[in-house]
Design a binder for this molecule. Sequence first.
Ligand code: ATP
Length: 448
Amino acid sequence: MEELVALCKRRGFIFQSNEIYGGMQGLYDYGPLGVELKNNLKQSWWASMVYDRDDVEGLDASILTAPNVLKHSGHEDTFSDPMVDCKSCNLRFRVDQVPEHCKPEDLTEPRQFNLMFKTNVGPIEDDKSFAYLRPETAQNIFTNFKNVVDSTARKLPFGIAQIGKAFRNEITPRNFIFRVREFEQMELEFFCEAGSDEDWHKSWVELRLDWWEEQGVKRNAIELYHVPSDELAHYSKATVDIMYKFPHGLEELEGIANRTDFDLGSHSKNQAELNIKAKVIENKASNAKLAMQDLDSNKWKVPYVIEPSAGVDRGVLAILNEAYKVESLEGGKERVVLGLKPHLSPIKAAVIPLKRNHEGLVSLAAKIKSELQNLRLGRILLENSGNIGKSYRRHDEVGTPFCITVDFDSLEDGTVTLRDRDTMEQKRVSIKEVKENLQKMLNKATNV
Ligand code: ATP
């Protein structure tokens, strides 16, 4: 973990937030390379969820959330962790995370601590004019259910996908970007008929395992945890957690829950007419029935929902951890290489003129860079450093799949040296071949 944290800072992936003012716990900022990696990961999720399928729509809803939503979702009452205070070190811990150095006799009785952030909305600061920063992206997928159904004419089964920020006032944020207070989630709510839910649940677990493997997270670094019934969240009939061997231990990367008809049922008016199976509290505030009408019987029914919910930040950490390698080279030397899948690499190729500031070389390199950039495959970098060896090392360390060196022969015959990150092989190729190589590498069908 320490090596990863150091690499992330040194190369501009991830920084401690508010660092110049001493930093703030549980918050991180993504730097020039981190933002690319994170965007690539989100894009890959979005493509597999929305574009590659024919039964999912996208959504981007607001972060500030009305108290009614989080009352009826159950979060106001149940989204809390039992906490104890240690009278010796004066720190507060989650009951299941008390460190060994705290003695049991120093701990207070556990108390519930709600994890939601509140903020004031509008000009008056009083108890009534507040909103929550959403603790999960899921809820405004449910509150938009009718809008999406009415505007797209979707029939069951279908899903709504959303990527966005979520906030939790974690008591002990730790392990770098693993447990933070502000993070991003990639959530799909997949609505289906009651009765087909268990099959869909199984199939989503398999699909999600395949996807993580495509992102470079090896299957043997993952274990499935079938959450026992006494540990299930209030809305869940069954949950399977995808547990990954993070540098600090085996922990949850993604949870796949069968949320039954709980959420749509909870947010509906006239619940008595809807034959809701889950236990929901009466809702006098909602003005909508979040249900589908059966065209044969005219009866309304509330769909069940399967939710694969993944953390972007935990994904980034798992992917960096899988990709990070220290390789021994000839002559007792070492190199650090990030073996990222090319579609996730922050920089797809670096174009390096052999001599720094040499007009002919630099202008040819700039022309090649812009031609490659126009392919819209991701970021291409012009690296005018003048030190080829150093540039190769730097790009190995940040996971750039190809380096393209422009030398004096290039000025004569238009060929360049193409160096492969993983094999370190170098070959002489034309610009056309560089383009073909890049396109082939980033083509989904060939890079999986
Ligand atoms: P944990 O038990 O680790 O606190 P959780 O079960 O509360 O996680 P969920 O509510 O299932 O998490 O959220 C879905 C996903 O969101 C998680 O699998 C994780 O990837 C991500 N996530 C949740 N809390 C955090 C956090 N504090 N920091 C970063 N990612 C998080």
